[in-house]
Design a protein around this ligand. Structure first.
Ligand code: BG6
Length: 471
């Protein structure tokens, strides 16, 4: 496309004074500019209800960028950044306000649009409706934040609604875990190394663990979180997406529909858990003191921790348990995928491969050697590759939101969740929760800063356990 015909993209963020915009989106956009990835003339329109001028908003934006940007804050660059930033005050629930927005776009010369709905899902509909009150439908792209709906029914409705206005391929469901460096690295580690690719199956793998442990509690998000809980907030999206990448068959191409299909096959092959085995398959728990958190119901039964044992019903993963867990107030922030291989001899430790996702990014591998010296004893040894240590200042590693914003600008959908995946994982999680409630399982509790509830031992009748392999 030559320069003259090129239509300038405008990014509009609804929810411009929210936490996500301040902590993630603005710093990510600033970093994209710093690394010369933003078109020089791209406009960013920030929509908020509060009455700020663009100048006032710019000052606030600078403070957040200074605090949260991975690249250092440069006065000259920030001035350039502010030139593309426009604050537009409006109540996005008022349909009549969109005429004014359209006039504002005309004034700025905006033609091509990417919208970012950084708001609660209950507002998606009203915003889409407002936009297409003044613009032709089926134009522009939209990025929607998770949670996509509050349950399967609302997610379906939302999807239908968005697809009335946007073309299916122009709806980008963001799952920021898919933008993380080591999740993106998983395919290379798996498929570009015959030593792993060849043994990635039930013959050699004993079990898989996917853990996303958080040190923080619900902080200022009690109102949202109490309606959601760990299953909907983390498992339905982030953890099942990761599981689908760990377990998928090799796609012909590592991008686009091919990859999505392989992921979807995994999600569709999750072995159903029913009332008879729910007790041994899922443990939910709440941290002590959660009910005293701001905006949380004092009698809340919302889980802040979830652990599950899942099986994938296909030949590759026959009888291999996938243990997944996530929770808040667990005393440390740690996300990793742990592949434990079968023991070669009963008295010898198993090989373990750990893909470390955060806070350290790297790969750890444990193997067996003969103890040095005269002894013939076999002992474990390990190799620990720390990728984030090499790029200590994170100069070369973009944040998840940087990658995903850029991908949506370039219409690359590989690392976004697809509607069919979302629908399949909602169906699976909802059914689990329904069986859990119908069989009157007891919500466990755990002390803050602990490893989580001891009740998860029911998931491991065969002596397996959560990873403690790192030496
Ligand atoms: C979000 C959840 O999607 O992911 C939060 O809503 C959670 O509850 C967060 O804290 C964790 O993200 P990260 O990148 O800090 O692991």
């Amino acid at each position: 496309m030559n320069g003259e015909n090129k239509k300038l993209l405008t990014l509009t963020i609804f929810g411009g004074t929210g936490d996500l915009t301040f902590r993630k989106l603005l710093p990510a956009l600033y970093n994209l500019q710093e690394t010369n990835k933003l078109d020089k003339q791209m406009n960013i329109v920030i929509i908020g209800r509060r009455s700020y001028t663009t100048k006032e908003y710019g000052k606030i934006a600078c403070d957040w960028i200074q605090k949260f940007s991975r690249l250092s804050y440069q006065e000259e660059s920030i001035q350039q950044f502010l030139q593309r930033l426009h604050y537009y005050q409006m109540d996005f629930t008022n349909i009549d306000a969109y005429q004014g927005l359209q006039a504002y776009y005309a004034q700025l010369g905006c033609k091509e649009h990417l919208f970012y709905f950084a708001v609660a899902p209950r507002f998606f509909e009203v915003i889409a409706n407002g936009l297409f009150h003044v613009m032709p439908a089926q134009q522009g792209k939209v990025i929607v934040e998770k949670p996509f709906g509050e349950d399967l029914i609302s997610a379906k409705k939302l999807n239908q609604y968005l697809e009335n206005f946007f073309q299916k391929e122009n709806v980008y469901h963001i799952d920021h875990y898919l933008g993380k460096e080591m999740i993106r690295n998983m395919q290379a580690i798996r498929f570009m190394n015959p030593i792993f690719q060849g043994v990635w199956n039930h013959e050699f793998i004993d079990h898989v663990e996917i853990s996303a442990l958080e040190e923080v509690g619900v902080e200022n998000r009690g109102g949202y979180y109490d309606q959601s809980g760990a299953l909907k907030d983390m498992v339905q999206n982030h953890l099942l997406q990761i599981l689908s990448i760990v377990a998928m068959e090799k796609p012909n191409h590592f991008f686009g529909d091919d990859m999505h299909e392989k992921q979807l096959e995994v999600l569709r092959s999750l072995k159903p858990i029913d009332k008879s085995n729910i007790k041994e398959s899922m443990v939910l728990a709440q941290y002590e003191g959660y009910r005293d958190e701001d905006k949380v119901d004092p009698n809340s039964h919302t889980e802040t921790y979830a652990a599950l044992k899942l099986y994938i019903d296909n030949e590759r993963w026959k009888d291999v348990p996938f243990y997944i867990r996530t929770g808040k107030k667990l005393g440390r922030r740690e996300m990793e995928v742990v592949i434990t291989f079968k023991q070669s001899e009963p008295e010898v430790e198993p090989n373990v491969l750990i893909i470390k996702i955060q806070p350290t990014e790297g790969v750890y591998f444990r193997f067996n050697i003969k103890k040095p010296g005269d002894s013939d004893e076999v002992v474990p040894a390990s190799m620990d590759f720390c990728q984030s240590c090499l790029d200590f200042n994170r100069i070369n590693t973009p944040e998840a939101y940087e990658r995903l914003l850029l991908a949506a600008m370039h219409s690359e959908s590989s690392w976004f969740s697809q509607w069919e995946q979302i629908e399949t994982s909602w169906t699976f999680i909802e059914q689990l929760k329904q069986f859990y409630d119908e069989t009157n399982q007891t919500l466990a509790t755990y002390p803050q800063n602990s490893d989580g509830p001891i009740e998860t031992k029911v998931l491991f009748p065969d002596g397996q356990h959560w990873n403690k392999a790192t030496v």
